[in-house]
Design a protein around this ligand. Sequence first.
Ligand SMILES: [Zn+2]
Length: 292
Amino acid sequence: MTLPGLSSKNLWLTRFPVSVTFVAMKSPTWLKTYVEGLDIVPNTKYRSDCPVCTKKNTFSVSDNGMQRMWFCFHADCNVSGRTGVTLSRTSASTVFERSAASAPPPRTNNTYEVPDTFVSVSRRVEAESYLRKVGAYDAYLSGVADIRYDVRMNRVVFLIKDGRKVVDAAGRSLDGRGPKWYRYGSSRSPFVSGAGTSAACIVEDCASACSVCGIVSGVALLGTNLLTEHIEVLKQYDRVFVALDKDATDKAITMVRTLHSHVPTRLMVLHTDLKNMEKDERNDFLRSHINR
Ligand SMILES: [Zn+2]
């Protein structure tokens, strides 16, 4: 702050007002945008060098899931402020997309660490409505399927397990951004919903698998190709039904043939997607097949 040509007396006089100016310093207008753009997982804290005074590790931002509050601990700076609940879906999405791009979830075969962006489905009304719409809400409530909401990608996430171990996850977009289904990990395991049934039904996706699990175990291959890992899982059932969309009937017939050498397998021709049927209609349809 020393300016050339100032006498020591002048300096002394100016020192006090200068420090007051710093204490009372309001955040520069760009700081809010800066904070909103930081790659911070909701409901966590963040620490970095201060972008205003540039002091080492004095800048703290806390994200409470709704807004972010910032503060610099350096006595000569003390900038502080909050974003307000302006982290709109769009800006949040941009932030989350950016962070998703810079730090992809761990992808190693048959191990998947559930990120803390997977939160309870109850945190998002649209996630619950989606599960109701596709007949997967019962599976969610009963815990037959482990379903979460991903705040980062705005997806309903179905955890894929091998026994009790989470090995992967598949997320259904709630806002049409990106692919309809996103595979988080790289396992080759199918998604299975339901336990303790002797019959399994191969379906199009995780939501359909949840919709059938009151009657049979729903198995979603996540991609219509039958892998050896899928066969290993399916062999554990007494009977298997292949219920793929009628556009995929050729593929379904091939699948029935392949599976039949491992486990009794039959085709179940669908006129309506299972997850779009009313619950009673779906259950009647399934019972009529498995009781044959
Ligand atoms: Zn500072």
